[in-house]
Design a protein around this ligand. Structure first.
Ligand code: PLP
Length: 415
């Protein structure tokens, strides 16, 4: 990318976790203009549909886990999570269990910025405004070992945080709980990869208490972690998967919810009645055409295999070399999703006194050095386009190294 002065940047954040195919893919531009010329708009409300939407749904069913073969489309990840909210409650009504209404989310989870999305999410700074979360949404703690694990091993801590779900269900009563909602790997919260014990225990609990599992794939989907979905990487069996971002590589706005067969069947039963839900731009044909072209390119160019076998491991190995840096407390990655924790003391994992100073300083130094990344508090976040090459990863690492050195100097030089 180049700014208005012609300065060049390596965008190691793929716009906002979404430009998976990188900028300037002519096939996506052509898909949009051809669909615009063919049929710029039609709706999906009255037993009508359009070709790109039908083909996109078919293609998503073919790449999603085997038990997921239905899709609902909308305009964004937030709308996808709002759709989940309504769909899950309607599902339990149809199952004759109308008391199952409460959603359990996680502190520091992110599920969007609409009323339901921000409520399901656990961002304190969002909840502070406008009396969120709304009724019927509660939260448990996150599996963030580096920040909150104390003296426990990651495995002990992962188990403990998963078991908070069981305690919360027992407190509310399983008959009142509709669903647990979580990202496979938290994105906006700081690329938090749960300990290996976490997801198996979560899945044991949701099964035991008959609770739907909503796995928000808005960031992890479409190759980010080295498989089509975060669920594939972490071996999670979801009932509903909100998607957006990488679905169209951000070229046009589109989101959706992928729906497991047993949920979809409930809505298709005779006399089940409609879910009275939908948007004017649900399955917008131009957005769907671009998403379809995007998914086809990811598949046909073996982009996910390359992330899994080549660039993902290469990035992990190069990041590991940064762990000797005095500022770096931990590096972690899954595919092309990576985090660097900045600390004052490596052994105790303690932070600098004014939280976020190291992070924003590092981000500013990186930017001045032609590298775009993001900081959440003192955690540096990387999510480069999936087409990044190993040579570009070398550039990325040397730019981060320099930013770390500069940040270290700032923090340790007396003013
Ligand atoms: C970005 C994001 C959303 C919200 O998507 P929007 O398109 O911004 O509405 C929801 N969930 C996750 C995990 C996200 O990262």
């Amino acid at each position: 990318m180049w700014d208005e002065q012609g300065t060049q940047y390596l965008d190691a954040f793929a716009g906002l976790w979404c430009v998976n195919l990188g900028y300037g893919r002519k096939e996506l531009i052509d898909a949009a203009s051809q669909q615009m010329a063919q049929l710029p708009y039609y709706n999906l409300f009255f037993n009508t549909s359009t070709e790109p939407v039908i083909n996109l749904a078919k293609t998503l069913a073919s790449i999603a886990p085997a038990h997921i073969n239905n899709a609902f489309f909308c305009g964004s990840g937030s709308e996808a999570n709002d759709t989940v909210f309504r769909m899950v409650r309607r599902y339990w009504d149809l199952k004759q269990q109308p008391t199952k209404k409460i959603f359990i989310g996680r502190h520091n989870g992110y599920h969007g910025s609409t009323v339901a999305g921000a409520s399901l999410g656990g961002m304190g700074y969002m909840h502070k405004q406008g009396d969120l979360p709304i009724n019927g949404v509660v939260h448990i703690n996150q599996p963030y070992w580096f920040g909150e694990g104390g003296d426990l091993t990651p495995e002990e801590f992962g188990l403990q945080r998963a078991q908070e779900l069981e305690s919360k269900i027992l407190e509310i009563g399983a008959d009142n709980v509709a669903a647990f909602v979580a990202e496979p790997i938290q994105g906006a919260g700081g690329i938090i990869i749960p300990p290996s014990t976490y997801w198996p225990e979560i899945q044991r609990i949701v099964k035991k208490y008959n609770i739907l599992l909503v796995v928000d794939e808005v960031i992890c989907g479409f190759g980010r972690t080295g498989n089509w979905f975060g669920c594939d990487t972490l071996d999670i069996k979801a009932d509903l998967m909100p998607i957006a971002k990488g679905l169209s590589s951000g070229y046009l706005p589109i989101g959706g919810v992928l729906i497991a067969d047993h949920v979809a069947e409930t809505f298709k039963q005779e006399n089940s009645g409609d879910l009275n839900h939908g948007f004017t731009y649900s399955g917008h044909p131009v957005c769907a055409a671009v998403a379809l072209a995007n998914v086809n390119i990811i598949r046909d160019e073996n982009i996910i295999e390359n992330v899994q076998q080549n660039t993902g491991p290469y990035l992990a190995a190069q990041l590991q070399r940064l762990s000797d840096h005095p500022l770096v407390g931990e590096v972690r990655s899954a595919g092309l999703l990576a985090a660097i924790e900045l600390v004052k003391d490596k052994t105790s994992r303690s932070r600098f006194d004014s939280k976020g100073t190291a992070g924003s300083s590092c981000r500013d130094h990186a930017l001045a050095n032609g590298l775009i990344l993001r900081a959440t508090g003192d955690t540096m976040l990387l999510s480069p386009p999936l087409v990044i090459t190993n040579t570009e990863i070398d550039q990325l690492i040397s730019k981060i190294s320099l930013a770390l050195d500069n940040t270290y100097n700032d923090l340790t030089t007396p003013k």
